[in-house]
Write a protein that binds this ligand. Structure first.
Ligand SMILES: Cc1cc2nc3c(=O)[nH]c(=O)nc-3n(C[C@H](O)[C@H](O)[C@H](O)COP(=O)(O)OP(=O)(O)OC[C@H]3O[C@@H](n4cnc5c(N)ncnc54)[C@H](O)[C@@H]3O)c2cc1C
Length: 454
C-alpha cells in the first residue's frame, strides 16, 4: 500500500518522527526489522516471556509509555519484522524493499512519496587475543539479552572497552544478579573532566550510575584495558592491564576470572540505506541540515544514523525530522516544538564532548597477536592483514582484496574498523549496495516482475 512517508527504524528517532508526521496529517508507514517497536533503547521482552515488570530493565520508562500509547492511538501503519535491504528512487518517489519473516526470504515493497531514515547505530568491537571465545559478547549484546530475552550471559562478568554504554550494561547486569568483577574503561576520567561545561547536563545521569556501581560493589578500573581473554573451549578469565598514553604499562597485567566478557568500543552509525540512496555522508554519519533533511530531495534522517548521541537526542531529532517531512509533503512550514530544537543543540554539544573524550587506546593494535582472528566471517588473522600491508596495501579496500577481510556475511560491519586500525588509516564508510544479504531468488523475481518474461 502506498504511503506518504516511510519511516525506517522504530527506535526513539523513528517513533518520534512517525508520531510528529502523523499528527500533522501525513500518512505514515513505520518499518522495522524487529518484532516490536522500541529500537535498541526501548527493546521489549518477547510477549511470550510474560515479563511482569519490564520497566525494571529500562530508563525513562514514562517516555516509552508515551511513545507506545501515542503509536497505538495514531493512524501510523506499523510493519514489524520487515528487514529493509534497499530503498530505490522511482519517478513517483521511493520504493522501500524489505524481506519478511525469520528466514528473510519473502519480499515486500512499500511505495512512498518520501523516506525518513532512523536506522540507529551498531557497536564497534576491536579484536584482541581470545576475543572469539564463547563467553565473549558485545556490551550491547549483553544488554539486548537482558532486555529482550530476560536472560543474563553468565554468572561472573567483566564489562570492558570504552564509552557510556558500558555504564548501563555493568549496572544492568549487576542488578540482574550477575557478579560484575570489574568495569574496565580505557578512557582517562580526566578527559571527561576537561569537557565539564558541555557535559554538565549529564552529571545527574553519571552520578546515578556511580551510585549504582557503588551499591553493587562493582570495581571500576579506569585507564585499563583487556589485553587477553583466556580459555580453551570457552572463557575462563581475562588479563587486564593499566594504560599509559594509550599503551599497556608493562608489569601491570593481572588476571580476573570470569565466564562472561561484555566488551564494546563505542558505536558507529548505520548508513547503508542513506549511502545506497546517494545521501552525502559527514565522516561516518548521514549529513543533515537544520530540518534533518539529507541532500537527496525527499529523504530525511534522524537519530544515530546521523551521529552517535543517545536516545534523548534521537527523540529530539526524530521529532524535528517528522515535523519537517510532514510540512514539506503538505506544502506548509515546519513547526517543531521549540523545546526539541533547544534539546538538540544541547545534546549534540554533549555528544561531541563524549565522542572526543571516549576513545579506544591509541595503540590498541600493538596488543593484537598475529594469530588473532580479525575478520570472523572469512577467518582472516591479524598476521594475514599485516602480510597484506607488507605487500603494499595501504587501505581497507586493498587489504580486503588481498585477504578477503570484510567480504563475508557481515560485509565488514564487524572488522572494518579493526582492519583500518591495523592499516593505520582512518575508517571509511563502506559502500554496500544492499543493507542486508538478499536471496538471489528475490532479486531474480524482482527483475522478472519489472521486465516480464523474455
Ligand atoms: C545493542 C545496543 C544496546 C544499547 N543499549 C543501550 C542502553 O542500555 N542504554 C542506553 O542509554 N543506550 C543504549 N544503546 C544506545 C541507544 O540504543 C541509542 O542511543 C538509541 O536507541 C538511538 O535511537 P535511534 O532511534 O537512533 O536508533 P535505534 O534505537 O538503534 O533504532 C534503530 C531501529 O532501526 C531498525 N533498523 C535498522 N536498520 C534497519 C533495516 N535495514 N531494516 C529495518 N529496520 C532497521 C532497528 O531494528 C532498530 O529498531 C544501545 C545501542 C545498541 C546498538
Amino acid at each position: 500500500m502506498r504511503t506518504d512517508l516511510a519511516v525506517i527504524g522504530a527506535g526513539p528517532a523513528g517513533l518520534a518522527a512517525a508520531l510528529a508526521a502523523s499528527a500533522r496529517g501525513v500518512g505514515v508507514t513505520l518499518v522495522d526489522a524487529a518484532a516490536e517497536p522500541g529500537g535498541q533503547f526501548y527493546r521489549q521482552p518477547a510477549a511470550g516471556l510474560g515479563a511482569g515488570r519490564p520497566e525494571a530493565l529500562h530508563h525513562r520508562w514514562r517516555t516509552w509509555e508515551r511513545l507506545r500509547d501515542g503509536l497505538a492511538a495514531s493512524a501510523v501503519r506499523v510493519l514489524t519484522e520487515h528487514h529493509v535491504w534497499c530503498v530505490e528512487r522511482t519517478p513517483q518517489g521511493f520504493t522501500v524493499h524489505a524481506l519478511l519473516g525469520p528466514e528473510q526470504e519473502e519480499p515486500a515493497e512499500v511505495p512512498a512519496r518520501a523516506v525518513l531514515l532512523a536506522t540507529g547505530g551498531y557497536e564497534q568491537v576491536l579484536p584482541f587475543p581470545g576475543w572469539t571465545l564463547p563467553g565473549v559478547v558485545t556490551a550491547g549484546g549483553a544488554q539486548a539479552m537482558l532486555k529482550g530475552g530476560l536472560v543474563v550471559p553468565g554468572r561472573r562478568a567483566v564489562v570492558a572497552g570504552t564509552g557510556p554504554l558500558l555504564l548501563p550494561v555493568a549496572t544492568g547486569l549487576a542488578a540482574a544478579g550477575v557478579e560484575v568483577a570489574a568495569l574496565v574503561e580505557s578512557t582517562d576520567p580526566g578527559r571527561l573532566a576537561r569537557h565539564g561545561p558541555a557535559l554538565a547536563g549529564k552529571l545527574p545521569e553519571g552520578a546515578g550510575y556511580a551510585a549504582r556501581l557503588l551499591r553493587h560493589r562493582v570495581p571500576v578500573l579506569a585507564r585499563h584495558t583487556v589485553v587477553r581473554a583466556h580459555g580453551d573451549d570457552r572463557l575462563t578469565g581475562v588479563t587486564v592491564a593499566a594504560l599509559d598514553a594509550g599503551r599497556v604499562r608493562p608489569g601491570t597485567e593481572r588476571q580476573l576470572p570470569c565466564d562472561t566478557l561484555a566488551v564494546g568500543h563505542g558505536m558507529l552509525p548505520h548508513t547503508d540505506l542513506a549511502d545506497g540512496l546517494g545521501c552525502r555522508l559527514d565522516g561516518l554519519a548521514a549529513a543533515v541540515d537544520a530540518e534533518q533533511r539529507t541532500d537527496v530531495p525527499g529523504v530525511w534522517a534522524a537519530g544515530e544514523a546521523t551521529g552517535i548521541g543517545g536516545a534523548a537526542l534521537a527523540l529530539a531529532e526524530g521529532h524535528i525530522a517528522g515535523c519537517s517531512a510532514a510540512a514539506r509533503l503538505r506544502g506548509t512550514t515546519p513547526d517543531p516544538a521549540p523545546a526539541a530544537v533547544k534539546a538538540r543543540t544541547r545534546l549534540r554539544r554533549s555528544a561531541a564532548a563524549l565522542d572526543s573524550a571516549y576513545a579506544p587506546p591509541a595503540h590498541w593494535p600493538e596488543q593484537v597477536t598475529d594469530d588473532t582472528v580479525v575478520c570472523r566471517c572469512e577467518e582472516v588473522t591479524a598476521g594475514a592483514v599485516r602480510d597484506a600491508l607488507d605487500l603494499g596495501a595501504g587501505d581497507e579496500r586493498t587489504v580486503k582484496l588481498l585477504t578477503r577481510a570484510g567480504m563475508g556475511w557481515c560485509q565488514g560491519r564487524m572488522c572494518s574498523a579493526a582492519v583500518a586500525g591495523l592499516a593505520g588509516c582512518p575508517p571509511t564508510p563502506s559502500r554496500r549496495p544492499f543493507a542486508r544479504p538478499v536471496p538471489l531468488g528475490v532479486l531474480a523475481r524482482q527483475h522478472y516482475s519489472q521486465e516480464g518474461p523474455s
